[in-house]
Design a protein around this ligand. Structure first.
Ligand SMILES: Cc1cc2nc3c(=O)[nH]c(=O)nc-3n(C[C@H](O)[C@H](O)[C@H](O)COP(=O)(O)OP(=O)(O)OC[C@H]3O[C@@H](n4cnc5c(N)ncnc54)[C@H](O)[C@@H]3O)c2cc1C
Length: 396
């Protein structure tokens, strides 16, 4: 094999490049991305909005990094289709992108519910560096910012806006924040801490549309309740980018489907990161992207050398100085599980451990990084604990 093609230039791609170069220095690597910037980690975008980083500091790998790794990077080059017979990538580039082995790592895109008026000025989503620059600029002229969606991204975004002088409100149709990572009690503790920091949270608000003529002036709910605001950001989740698979006759469901080797239904074409699913599972987080791309890269070089065994999903959130970690199973539905909970509403501390047969299998740590690290190590060890009570949160 002489040439590897990679579509996309996110964390799945840079991880794959490192893995490939660790094993082989001569193989040609071509990377095609629709973005105009080289690689930046998406969490840096929150820092960019909060003015904690410049654009230069947001970018993790400048063009020199690609040169050093002997990678041909094609910026602003969207790929539409793969000719899996001729082993060729079809893009806007004049170079047709022939490959021996190909990795699709095109990530995901923001999901936008069918709200009325989403095309008005000052309605944004957040995915790319350019989105972040637009939002930061828009906050300067806004009196009040509305963030639709109380997931991790919505909360982090609101906290960043607050830091640069904004007055954000987060609305969610659900009755709690971070429904994947937190339970009801944990959500109440977090909401109270956010309000103490000047970030208003409104639950049970089902947005119907964006109000205003050309410019957004606020949002309206299905009940007819209006909230005034001159900047609206929609942070209601993401969907895998599957259009290339669709155009190329490659199987996909919610994401591009792969086997244990990260190979798609087309031989020699692999997928990793936010754009793929494995055994009906999908996560839009960095540990998923890096774990799957390492497996894909190994198999692209030496097919059959690595099989994917899944990951333990883990989210670490630092928002307005509040530490939150959510690991593994946090919403047990069967009576086979036991849960231990410790709460201090005033101090903004909430801990939960989920156990099966005395073995910790998941947990939440809000307000203490030390407890988070301790819980994580208990879960990773997977050993039985003797006492199922609050002493489980004692780190020493
Ligand atoms: C603001 C923000 C903050 C986040 N914070 C965290 C966090 O703290 N922790 C965490 O675990 N996760 C976080 N995430 C999610 C995380 O960034 C993603 O899970 C991760 O980026 C997925 O990596 P990826 O390489 O699969 O996809 P992406 O990073 O989305 O990269 C995909 C690449 O493919 C390119 N592309 C797409 N379509 C095409 C095409 N047709 N042709 C060519 N190129 C194409 C894109 O431009 C991009 O370069 C955050 C996401 C955002 C938006």
């Amino acid at each position: 094999m002489t040439r590897i093609g990679i579509i996309g230039n996110g964390v799945a791609t840079t991880t794959a490049i490192r893995e490939i170069r660790g094993k082989n220095q001569t193989i040609e690597i071509d990377v095609f991305t629709d973005e105009r910037h080289p690689y930046y980690p998406r969490p840096n975008l929150i820092d960019l909005i909060a003015n904690r980083r410049t654009v230069k500091e947001t970018i993790r790998h400048d063009l020199d990094w690609y040169l050093k790794n002997d990678v041909d990077l094609f910026l602003s080059t969207p790929v539409f289709q793969i000719d899996t017979e001729k082993k060729r990538v079809i893009s806007t580039s004049e170079d047709y992108g022939d490959y021996d082995s190909l990795l699709i790592a095109v990530g995901s895109r923001p999901f936008i519910p069918p709200f009325e008026g989403i095309h008005k000025n000052n309605v944004h989503v957040i995915r790319t560096l350019d989105d972040a620059l637009d939002i930061r600029e828009a906050v300067k002229g806004a009196g009040r910012e509305i963030v639709i969606g109380g997931g991790i991204l919505g909360i982090e975004l609101a906290a960043a806006m607050k830091e640069i002088g904004g007055d954000p409100i987060v609305v969610d149709y659900d009755n709690r924040l971070l429904p994947i990572q937190l339970d009801d009690l944990g959500s109440s503790v977090l909401a109270k801490q956010l309000e103490k920091k000047g970030i208003q949270v409104l639950f049970g608000y089902e947005c119907r549309g964006i109000t205003g003529e050309d410019d957004a002036t606020g949002i309206v709910s299905t009940q007819g309740d209006e909230i005034k605001g001159d900047l609206v950001v929609i942070a209601t989740g993401v969907r895998s980018n599957t259009i290339i698979a669709k155009n190329s006759g490659i199987d996909f469901h919610h994401g591009i489907t792969v086997d244990d080797y990260m190979q798609t239904s087309a031989k020699g074409v692999f997928a990793a990161g936010d754009c793929m699913e494995h055994n009906d599972l999908w996560y839009g987080i960095i540990p998923w992207a890096t774990a799957t791309s390492r497996i894909a890269a190994k198999n692209m070089i030496d097919f059959g050398s690595a099989r994917f065994g899944g990951i333990t999903p883990s989210n670490q959130l630092q928002v307005a100085g509040i530490d939150l970690t959510s690991i593994g199973l946090v919403h047990p539905e069967s009576p086979d599980f036991e849960a231990v909970v410790s709460v201090d509403m005033e101090e903004g501390r909430y801990f939960k451990a989920v156990l099966k047969d005395h073995v910790p299998v998941g947990g939440i740590a809000l307000g203490s990084r030390k407890v988070a690290m301790h819980l994580r190590s208990l879960i990773m060890k997977g050993e039985r604990v003797s006492a199922i009570n609050e002493t489980i949160f004692e780190a020493d």
